[in-house]
Design a binder for this molecule. Structure first.
Ligand SMILES: Cc1ncc(COP(=O)(O)O)c(C=O)c1O
Length: 401
């Protein structure tokens, strides 16, 4: 069992706010802050040689740690600046089954997934090219979940790809992605999973999941900051991956400076493009190392306890939630019904509680180091605002050592 009290000391921000927004921006750990200072120091002290002494090896360690986080074999993970770019690379590069152009996406998925294939939508005709996709959204009956059967029912002989998220960002529903991958494969389609909302809080094993591609990043539960997205492609597919957006660092030997020929890297580096924003990766690597040391299974356990209690408090207060009750089908997010969520978010911020708002909802995603006392006090304020209008009750915030 991790020493949560000691770990909490890693996150100075948690002394200033009750932090219920870890699924959006994880707080900066002390070691991440130190790593960012080291980035400036390495750059300033070495100049150009820093690429070979420090930066390229650091990027390789980053890819390796991503592999550890995802249970991915060596050479199957690559760096991307954002999940949107990672998805865009896969939208043009995945070797989809020929003669098919339908992409299935969940109705509750994050918008950027839809955008990747909507921007490549054609006339829905029979062209087997990667352009001209027909996009179909799998509906959610209850606005909270989509059972794997709903995907399975819509997968047919025209389906090239099922692309969906591991955990829905507005409801916190954790999908059975293995069942979705099985259904896709049984019909000859591929399956891509966006795990941005599960990286660092739900144990991931892309091999057991049997997805063909996976995207994620360090911004949220990994506390690694922006610019630290990544992707995985199943090793046997990699030789056939040919992204249309590429760059010299996707080639086998970038320093050969070959212009008139494109020889892809043999491993997942062929999914990368140009010079990386290395400063980000100092913080990203620090976050990855921290989360792997703590253990993702322990983080998930703690988040289950915290979200159990949030749901209990909402039930007691008669506040409607949109998050499944079953522990196995959720992790760190609970969303609450609210007609003026942005106003609630602002008032809570003024009272020392950081939450997020989405249309019609307040979203709570407690950091795993939030204490039981903080959770209770934060919920007093959240529920006070939701039940008694927008004047928060006059409870004073306790101090946390
Ligand atoms: C599940 C999911 N996918 C993708 C994104 C967008 O990622 P990016 O801004 O890195 O493109 C988000 C952002 O919160 C998300 O929650």
């Amino acid at each position: 069992m991790p020493d949560w009290k000691r770990l909490r000391n890693e996150f100075p921000l948690l002394d200033r706010y009750i932090y219920f927004n870890a699924c959006s921006l994880g707080p900066l750990p002390r070691r991440g802050k130190a790593a960012l200072a080291r980035y400036a120091e390495d750059w300033d002290s070495q100049g150009t040689p820093v690429w070979f002494t420090t930066w390229l090896p650091l990027l390789e360690r980053f890819r390796g740690k991503v592999g550890e986080l995802l249970g991915a074999p060596p050479g199957s993970t690559a760096i991307a600046p954002s999940v949107s770019v990672a998805l865009s690379t896969l939208a043009t590069g995945l070797p989809l089954p020929p003669g098919r152009n339908k992409v299935l996406i969940g109705e509750l998925d994050f918008p950027t997934i839809g955008h990747q294939w909507l921007s490549r939508r054609g006339d829905g005709g029979s062209s087997p090219t990667q352009k001209g996709f027909e996009v179909e959204f799998v509906p959610s009956k209850d606005g909270m979940t989509i059972p794997p059967e709903a995907f399975a029912e819509r997968i047919d002989s025209r389906t090239a790809l099922v692309a969906t998220t591991h955990l829905f960002y507005t409801t916190g529903y954790l999908q059975d992605v293995r069942a979705i991958a099985d259904a896709a494969h049984a019909a000859g389609a591929l399956c891509l999973i966006d795990g941005y909302q599960t990286c660092g809080c739900v144990p991931i094993d892309v091999v057991a999941m049997d997805c063909d591609a996976f995207v994620g990043g360090c911004l949220k539960w990994v506390s690694g900051g922006p610019g630290n997205a990544f992707l995985y492609v199943r090793p046997d597919l990699i030789p056939r991956v040919r992204p249309q957006g590429t760059g010299w660092f996707a080639t086998r030997d970038p320093f050969s400076f070959t212009l008139q020929e494109l020889v892809w890297a043999d491993d997942a580096r062929r999914l990368e493009t140009g010079t990386w924003a290395v400063g980000c990766h100092y913080a990203g690597l620090a976050g990855l190392e921290l989360v792997l040391e703590v253990g993702v299974a322990s983080i998930q356990e703690r988040l289950h306890d915290l979200t159990d209690r949030i749901l209990e408090r909402c039930d007691e207060a008669g506040v409607k939630t949109f998050t499944p009750r079953e522990r196995a089908r959720r992790c760190g997010i609970v969303t609450l019904e609210c007609d003026r969520p942005e106003e609630v978010e602002a008032k809570l911020h003024a009272a020392g509680v950081i939450v997020d708002s989405r249309p019609g909802r307040v979203r709570l995603s407690p950091h795993w180091c939030v204490t039981d006392d903080e959770l209770e006090h934060g919920m007093d304020l959240v529920l006070g605002l939701l039940r008694h209008g927008l004047t928060p009750p006059t409870t004073s915030r306790p101090t946390f050592a």
